[in-house]
Design a protein around this ligand. Structure first.
Ligand code: XMP
Length: 326
């Protein structure tokens, strides 16, 4: 194996160990990049957020963060990235509103693989365009973590963080958390002072809400996914399930059924709620969500989200189903 976790690196499971790791990394980053500029795609996910916070501590405004809003993020996420990094940590942050660009390209595209491909390609294009506008970038920081390296080496998945960048982004890499497991990255994130909402964020796919809006994405149905997801998250939080259930979200397929709203026929979408638990994501079980909670969620989604008249719960484990719908 080419890239192994150093034997001297202790398992980081306490604040003190995280602080020692942070100090070591700050020194290592300063040594590696000196007074040169470093570029980072900051998605708001745990890994890139922790890398950003570490680099801000090490090199301040010589870190240039680019946050691309592709229109497929959850409610409040772009705002949270700007608030935490720009306002609170004083990051040199470029916010790119690429919503129209992505949604126009995705209009009418129904094939799931094609949708994923468009989102991935366009993301790199937008990011490369922003990089080209900047002078003096010498390094590219990435939130590669140890499982990414292991999975790439074992041929399980060609992770976007390990190799394969276009020539215009062919900078030397800065990967300060590449030997850490996810739980260690979270401990380091907390020690860096990042909010729990960011550090304990549930997994979220790169193509975002795009894969939770099966069929051709339309702006109104995408909004229905975003709003129903926000309600689900709120209700899970209130019920004390937020930190306990591994992943939960809503899906709004391109399918309508007959219903009644305000005494009139309402031919509207249905919304599927999915909540799963797992340790390795290879196999997942379904969270046995309580009847009262499900009724509350159903009531809120059908009354607060325009275009939805029906809510269903997905009882399918993985396998046979995957976590995401596309
Ligand atoms: P599936 O649907 O394959 O999902 O059972 C397993 C886990 O991976 C997440 N997922 C992704 N994460 N980019 C990501 O970074 C992706 O394209 C992607 N697709 C699925 C999914 O949310 C679940 O946690």
């Amino acid at each position: 194996m080419a890239d192994v976790r150093p034997a001297s690196l202790k398992r980081i499971n306490t604040k003190a160990l995280a602080e020692a790791f942070i100090d070591d990394q700050i020194k290592a980053i300063k040594e590696q990049v000196g007074d040169k500029k470093v570029l980072l795609a900051l998605s708001g996910g745990v890994d890139s957020s922790v890398v950003a916070a570490l680099l801000i501590k090490a090199i301040g405004s010589n870190l240039v963060c680019v946050h691309v809003n592709h229109g497929l993020l959850r409610k409040g996420e772009p705002e949270m990235v700007c608030k935490v990094f720009k306002d609170e940590l004083g990051a040199n942050l470029i916010y790119v509103d690429a919503v129209d660009r992505f949604l126009d390209l995705l209009a009418g595209v129904t094939d799931p693989e094609k949708k994923r491909h468009i989102i991935g390609e366009e993301f790199i294009k937008v990011f490369a365009e922003e990089a080209a506008k900047l002078d003096g970038i010498a390094y590219l920081a990435q939130g590669t973590i140890y499982p990414d390296i292991l999975e790439s080496e074992q041929g399980i998945k060609a992770h976007h963080n390990v190799g394969g960048l276009p020539p215009e982004l062919d900078f030397e890499l800065v990967e300060p958390v590449k030997y850490l497991y996810k739980d260690e990255v979270r401990v380091v994130g907390s020690a860096l002072g990042l909010p729990d909402k960011m550090v304990y964020r549930q997994p979220f796919p790169g193509p975002g809400l795009g894969v939770r809006c099966p069929g051709a994405i339309t702006r109104d149905r995408l909004e229905a996914v975003r709003e129903s997801d926000a309600i689900l998250r709120e209700e899970f939080e209130k019920a004390g399930l937020a930190g306990k259930v591994w992943q939960y979200f809503t899906v709004v397929p391109d399918f309508k059924s007959t219903g009644i709203k305000d005494g009139k026929r309402a031919f509207e979408w249905l919304c599927i709620v999915r909540a799963i638990n797992t340790t390795d994501v290879v196999k997942c079980t379904v969270e046995p969500i309580g009847y009262d909670l499900m009724c509350r969620i159903t009531d809120r989604i059908t009354h607060e989200v325009p275009g939805i008249n029906r809510v269903l719960y997905d009882y399918t484990p993985k396998p046979t189903a995957t976590v995401e719908y596309e």
